[in-house]
Design a protein around this ligand. Structure first.
Ligand code: ZN
Length: 439
């Protein structure tokens, strides 16, 4: 079958799933937070696939209603019992230390330590993920099984960290478009979570490889891939792009794209933006049993910021299982066994399919509208490699192309995949039977 547009050649990327998984696995062990060396190391790894322009924004900078916080770096964090045995050690999992813990070096009884311990009684073997970004505190995350085993003792508590003025780091990969009137597509993924595979090493890997993929293909839109810490990173980026955010004509926030659930598309605040229609079409035709489109809500990932009323950008969000709905969410079970190469590759293809709609959707005019043009004479009907759906797509495009219906309108009315309808339009243009409006 024909496959033009952004999907051209995607089936030849046989090792795509393994490459995506390999990058997610390389990012997994890095101790990330909203600032610090972990973010920079992560961006360095991503930049090997999609070159990045790095921004460093000083602590204390006012960004919209927020302030860029002090930079946090942690070297070591552990709790040892009175025999010197480390019962919790960040070296085993960087989830053990509450992100943004202030430095501590102290000895204390269990009663004093206990309020600083976080565990999940309902999931006693898992380590939770906790942060204390905007409240000066320290803490350790442990399994509830370990917590229940702790005895009265004098514990040595060490958080060897620095929380001091520095910078907040984010990275952007950009690609030029061929048609300036189409504006820019913003794709973003949060870069602040430590060792959590689905949330969001999966999103970072998919976005990095998308950058590499798009770089080799001509696109009408420009693309901006934003790798920024959640909330404060998006707010910082918006504060620094306040004058020209209007150039963004479509956007997608990408997270949790490595598990086998969903896919879940969450509409933009506008609800009827072209990205909303494009994603609903692709997700709806994905034939995946749990596929669903949900309405906007002012919670979730950075679509919250992009879709705040002052900006109201046409930005949706794509996930497989929706955050918070899977038992592994924000725990040590969101590990490299939870994500799979085939799910990552499938998510990648879904996103490329959505972008393909944005790239190729247009209105056309039938240049031979009096009766059906004779397609067989032009090699468009009955040839080898012909398929019934493609023939139907040709007829639908010819019939509906009066300048008033877009290819997406036609695909939806015909019940055919957009890519097939767009391929039919390309073939009809090549046969001089169709002209794109505006060309
Ligand atoms: Zn999260």
């Amino acid at each position: 079958m024909r496959k033009g547009g952004l999907l051209a050649g995607i089936d030849e990327c046989a090792s795509l799933g393994e490459e995506l998984y390999g990058l997610a696995a390389a990012l997994f062990p890095i101790c990330r937070s909203i600032t610090g060396k972990g973010v920079r190391t992560t961006l360095d790894a991503i930049a090997k696939h999609a070159p990045l322009e790095i921004s460093e924004v000083p602590s204390g900078t006012q960004v919209l209603d927020w302030t860029v916080p002090d930079e946090w770096n942690v070297r070591e964090a552990y709790v040892a019992d009175s025999t010197g045995r480390r019962i919790v050690d960040m070296a085993d999992s960087n989830l053990h230390v509450v992100s943004y813990s202030v430095p501590v070096r102290a000895r204390m009884p269990l009663g004093e330590l206990s309020p600083h311990l976080h565990s999940l009684p309902e999931q006693p073997d898992l380590i939770p993920y906790r942060t204390s970004y905007y409240r000066r505190d320290w803490g350790f995350c442990i399994s509830d099984t370990l917590r229940q085993s702790l005895r009265e003792d004098t514990y040595e508590v060490v958080v060897d960290a620095t929380l001091a003025p520095g910078t907040l780091t984010y990275g952007e990969h950009t690609k030029r478009g061929t048609d300036p009137s189409k504006g820019e597509v913003l794709l973003s993924a949060h870069v602040c979570h430590p060792s959590l595979a689905n949330d969001n090493c999966s999103g970072l890997a998919v976005l990095a490889m998308l950058g590499r993929y798009l770089a080799t293909r001509p696109t009408r839109h420009a693309y901006r891939l934003l790798f920024a810490p959640g909330t404060i990173g998006a707010i910082t980026w918006l504060a620094r792009n306040r004058e020209n955010f209007g150039r963004i004509t479509h956007g997608l926030v990408i997270s949790n794209v490595g598990d086998g659930g969903g896919p879940t598309y969450k509409r933009s605040r506008r609800g009827d933006a072209p990205i909303d229609r494009a994603a609903a079409h692709v997700i709806g035709r994905s034939k995946l049993p749990a596929a669903r489109v949900v309405d906007f809500s002012p919670y979730g990932y950075d679509e919250r910021q992009f879709c705040s009323p002052g900006f109201d950008m046409p930005v949706g969000s794509l996930q497989r299982s929706q955050w918070g709905t899977f038992s592994q969410y924000h725990t040590s079970a969101d590990d490299l066994d939870f994500i799979r190469p085939e799910h990552l590759a499938q998510s990648f293809r879904l996103i490329v399919s959505i972008l393909d709609v944005l790239e190729r959707d247009a209105r056309y005019v039938n240049l031979a509208p009096y009766g059906e043009p004779q397609l067989g004479r032009r090699g468009l009907y009955g040839g080898s490699g012909d398929c019934p759906d493609f023939r139907m797509a040709l007829l639908w495009v010819l019939n509906q192309s009066d300048g008033g219906h877009s290819l997406l309108d036609i695909a939806e009315r015909a019940g055919l995949p957009f890519a097939l309808v767009a391929d039919a339009a390309d073939a009809l243009v090549d046969a001089d039977l169709l002209r794109r409006c505006g060309d």
